[in-house]
Design a protein around this ligand. Structure first.
Ligand SMILES: Cc1cc2nc3c(=O)[nH]c(=O)nc-3n(C[C@H](O)[C@H](O)[C@H](O)COP(=O)(O)OP(=O)(O)OC[C@H]3O[C@@H](n4cnc5c(N)ncnc54)[C@H](O)[C@@H]3O)c2cc1C
Length: 384
């Protein structure tokens, strides 16, 4: 039986209170207005929830991954748009700089990212390159003292607000994934532009952008790691990002369950609370089981990360299960709410719309299954 330490419990309760007081009250309005709320993102940073696992000397809180997951679960329960900020800034950007950045890069970027003063984005996906991440078309060419980058990135969370963009680019197409490199690009560089993507099904309170890099020049010091490390950096970032997405999805499961139990006890039909009907209890029981199972898988992945043990497969298992469970629990929650679940007086329809993307990004559910299958068979079925 896993039990939380007093410190973990306190951090969890503080995050829960913050989310209930400051995130939940704004979630519906941001969703309706389809507006990213940078002020709230800044508050999330002030609370120490961006860069929480980063060392204190760089502005983080030096928390372990397990405890970070507890915070992300709470924020995911409140609003997936804010959870996206935490996942991108902390797990994709900060974790990569901590692991692969030079001392100079750490000092330059981490303190601002951890407070939320500087938002960062993760530029891997391109219009023609999604699941096949090694096949990037964005080109980085060596010039005197630096690099010139040309290309485009698609579906980039926070791309219109970030001051820093992690850009993955090909330095030598003949080398395929071994030619990839990762650059820390200031978004005010000449030739860098972004455009908002409209019409999303969910995550309407989150910013999503298309990026264009038109002859963007960066100095040698912007290269993170070595030329050829790009693919490894992307995969290690996703390992961390998937954990964060999975933890946020446990929050969606829990929120769906909480809302359903409250509604089912209050709503009466046939002169009794709908919670007294066996078929309604079945839906609630299904949500309980999926929530607990998802949380258990996320906790296992977090624990392995903190032990420094291999956790890629376990993280994929947690991501696959928790994201599908979030879609399922939110769907069941709408069912429990009947017609009321179809409008945004209750959070459940937003949970469902926001959950839907989680089985797509940071590796689709199919890609997670192929990672798990490869680990157990030793055969790579990603490329038939
Ligand atoms: C709201 C949103 C935010 C995002 N934020 C970011 C971000 O911040 N940074 C970033 O870099 N990207 C981001 N993404 C992009 C996201 O990671 C990609 O959409 C995802 O990786 C899938 O790529 P794709 O859309 O090109 O789909 P495709 O790769 O074209 O996949 C289409 C379908 O084919 C399946 N498929 C593909 N290859 C295989 C295979 N080998 N075997 C079996 N099935 C396969 C997929 O599972 C899927 O069902 C975001 C996307 C969205 C929608």
């Amino acid at each position: 039986m896993i039990s939380l330490t007093d410190e973990q419990r306190l951090i969890q309760e503080t995050a829960r209170e913050f989310v209930d007081n400051e995130v939940v009250p704004k979630a519906r309005d941001s969703d309706r207005a389809q507006r990213f709320d940078p002020e709230l993102a800044r508050r999330v940073g002030e609370m120490g929830y961006l860069g929480a696992p980063v060392a204190e000397e760089y502005g983080g809180r030096d928390l372990d991954y397990f405890t970070y997951g507890l915070i992300v679960e709470e924020i995911g329960r409140g609003d997936s748009a804010m959870r996206t900020v935490v996942s991108v800034v902390t797990s994709l950007v900060c974790s990569s700089i901590v692991r692969w950045g030079s001392e100079e890069q750490k000092q330059q970027w981490l303190p601002g990212l951890c407070t939320g003063e500087t938002l960062g984005c993760f530029g891997l996906t391109e219009p023609d390159t999604g699941s096949d991440a090694s096949n990037l078309k964005t080109r980085a060419e060596k010039v005197d003292g630096g690099w010139r980058i040309n290309g485009g990135k698609m579906w980039i969370s926070l791309g219109n607000y970030a001051k820093l963009a992690m850009i993955f680019a090909q330095t030598d197409p003949e080398k395929k994934h071994k030619g990839l490199a990762c650059f820390l690009v200031p978004t005010d560089a000449d030739g860098f532009s972004s455009q908002e993507i409209h019409g999303k099904l969910g995550l309407k309170g989150s910013d999503t952008a298309e990026l264009s890099l038109d002859g963007v020049e960066v100095p040698d010091s912007a290269l993170m790691g070595q030329v050829g490390d790009g693919f490894k950096i992307a995969m290690s970032a996703l390992d961390s990002g998937r954990y964060s997405v999975a933890a946020g999805c446990v929050g969606i499961c829990q929120g769906s369950l909480d809302a359903s139990v409250a509604y089912a006890k209050e709503r009466t039909q046939f002169n009794r609370p709908i919670a007294s009907f066996q078929l309604v209890q079945e839906m609630i029981a299904d949500m309980v089981v999926q929530t607990e199972a998802a949380r258990g898988l996320v906790w296992r992945a977090g624990w392995l990360k903190d032990q420094g043990k291999p956790s890629t497969t376990e993280t994929s298992i947690a991501k696959l299960y928790a994201t599908e469970a979030a879609v399922n629990c939110a769907d069941r929650a709408i069912q429990v709410h009947g017609g009321s679940g179809y409008v945004d007086d209750h959070p459940v329809e937003r949970y469902w719309r926001d959950a839907r993307v989680t089985t797509l990004y940071e590796g689709t559910s199919q890609i997670q299954k192929l990672i798990i299958g490869r680990a157990y068979t030793g055969i790579n079925a990603l490329i038939p």
